[in-house]
Design a binder for this molecule. Structure first.
Ligand SMILES: Cc1ncc(COP(=O)(O)O)c(C=O)c1O
Length: 506
């Protein structure tokens, strides 16, 4: 079913009703009369809508990290369009929620088919798409790890991380987990125990089950102030050591107070890529004490790093894996948790252990299935590393031209650029400044005008994070780098004249 046909069905419905204009809080809206019911079809201006945002919405949402968020009206592949006619190169793809491009026709058409056949289904029924995507994921993980598992679904990332925690609790009898500093696992009350930022918890009282946090291998800003060339992975050795002796407080030679370590194999905070042998240095010690390993692949899975799962780069196999975001290419928010078969055996994880009303929503399972099929039909294992190398080489060229670029790194199409002075002291909030420059100014490339959406991160908001859509062409990489170069040219003088230490880190 084409998109055109889909809209035709909608039009038939609209033709049956008559319209009139109504006014609400000074905003003109078109009203649709349908028998006895009156429905408002908002036709308010963008200024009216921004006023609604100011007056009617809670601002707890991250959209108000920005003073003047983009009013988005369209998207296509790696581009976003706004109501003022600006075209943005989106180099973050919604924090890796749309790895396969906005409005991917092959994925969208399957969802439209689902919409026209089984758009709704109670979670108490089985349906085809849910079972087929489950089989695809279970098989793919078996092929890569030789381990049999089972999956269940939920709505969005936080809830599926909570499901992972339930599996850990049920099997280990322990509530406490370990995580890495800089990690992010969600902002629900339970996952706030795991996400490292103190700021996310600070307004919400005590978190008695707050995870134990270990410094991550964030080598451009080492917690232990060591140099990568000489550190011999000191941070990894310290994690191992913490479990060695009962007087270090969490474990002994055979036992441990924690049920699991929850890991983002590469961290979303700064698109930080640890050394290849980082995890191997301590995971065996954890396993010997019965500690389960959870790989949170929500942001870095789905071929973002050139492999289906980021953990595949690091020589360990998790017991539990979470997926969300690009699992449905950002369409209907169905997420997934995979666990080793014995951990979720039907006699262990019995009916009712997990449930959310929309967890198996058929538009979501259809989106996931279509996304998976699209993904497998590409050769991302070859193309993503090749494009990533090209992107990284061009970032290196920018580093050579702009002295405030301290380091650049990448794994597949997960890349970063760190702003710091020659001693490695970060330019605090500099990435946020770069993002504002990129978003609010016009740049030129290939005779066209562009703006750019840049993702920011790092412990001091001094890192740009790049996650283009995986089908980005080499020409698009060139254009992205050309625009980024122009952004950095504007940023440079501001770094030397403006104190970067003002303002809160967001
Ligand atoms: C690694 C990781 N885990 C969990 C989450 C939470 O997902 P959600 O925002 O859908 O709850 C995110 C979201 O950014 C994430 O990147």
């Amino acid at each position: 079913m084409s998109e055109q046909q889909f809209f035709e069905i909608d039009t038939e419905f609209i033709n049956e009703v008559s319209t009139e204009t109504i006014s609400w809080q000074g905003i003109e809206s078109k009203a649709v009369r349908d028998g006895t019911k009156l429905k408002a079809l908002p036709t308010a201006s963008v200024e009216d809508l921004r006023r609604i945002d100011r007056e009617c919405l809670s601002w707890g949402d991250t959209v108000h990290y920005q003073e003047n968020p983009i009013f988005v009206t369209g998207c296509q592949q790696g581009l976003v369009f706004d109501n003022d006619g600006n075209t943005y190169i989106d180099i973050g793809m919604w924090h890796s929620s749309c790895n396969f491009g906005y409005r991917n026709p092959q994925i969208d058409s399957e969802v439209l088919k689902q919409f026209n056949t089984l758009p709704q289904a109670c979670g108490d029924f089985l349906h085809r798409e849910k079972l087929l995507i489950a089989k695809q994921v279970v098989d793919a993980i078996y092929e890569r790890t030789g381990i049999k598992g089972r999956v269940s679904f939920n709505v969005g990332g936080s809830l599926v991380v909570e499901d992972a925690l339930k599996i850990v609790r049920k099997n280990t009898g322990k509530n406490k987990v370990a995580v890495m500093m800089g990690g992010y696992h969600g902002r629900s009350l339970a996952t706030l125990n795991l996400s490292s930022s103190h700021r996310y918890r600070q307004y919400f009282n005590e978190f008695p089950e707050r995870a134990i946090m270990f410094p991550f291998a964030n080598c451009s800003q080492c917690f232990y102030e060591k140099e990568r060339d000489t550190c011999d992975l000191y941070c990894a050795r310290m994690i191992s050591k913490a479990f060695e002796n009962e007087y270090y407080g969490i474990a002994s030679a055979t036992s441990s107070e924690i049920g699991a370590m929850v890991i983002e194999p590469c961290q979303g905070r700064g698109y930080t890529i640890p050394p290849k042998d980082f995890y191997q240095k301590f995971i065996t010690d954890l396993r010997e004490r019965g500690i389960l390993i959870v790989a949170d692949e929500i942001q870095v899975g789905m071929y973002r790093t050139g492999k289906l799962f980021a953990f595949e780069h690091f020589g360990f196999v998790p017991d539990i894996i979470t997926l969300s975001k690009s699992f449905t290419n950002g369409l209907s928010p169905v997420s997934l948790v995979w666990a080793r078969a014995d951990l979720v055996d039907p006699t262990v994880f019995t009916p009712g252990h997990a449930h959310s009303n929309f967890a198996n929503h058929p538009l979501g399972t259809a989106a996931a299935l279509a996304t998976w099929q699209y993904m497998l039909a590409q050769d991302y294992e070859t193309s993503v590393p090749a494009k990533g190398e090209c992107f990284l080489a061009k970032l290196r060229q920018l580093q050579a031209r702009h002295p405030f670029v301290y380091s650049v790194a990448g794994l597949g199409l997960l890349l970063n650029m760190v702003f710091a002075d020659e001693r490695g002291i970060p330019y605090r909030n500099s990435a946020q400044l770069a993002a504002a420059i990129a978003q609010d100014n016009d740049f030129t490339c290939l005779g066209k005008t562009w703006r750019m959406i840049l993702q920011t991160g790092g412990y001091d908001l001094n890192v740009l994070k790049f996650a283009p859509y995986l089908d980005i062409s080499y020409e698009e990489i060139d254009c992205t780098i050309a625009v980024l170069d122009q952004v950095l040219q504007k940023l440079g003088p501001m770094l030397s004249t403006q104190s970067m230490h003002k303002g809160g880190v967001k």
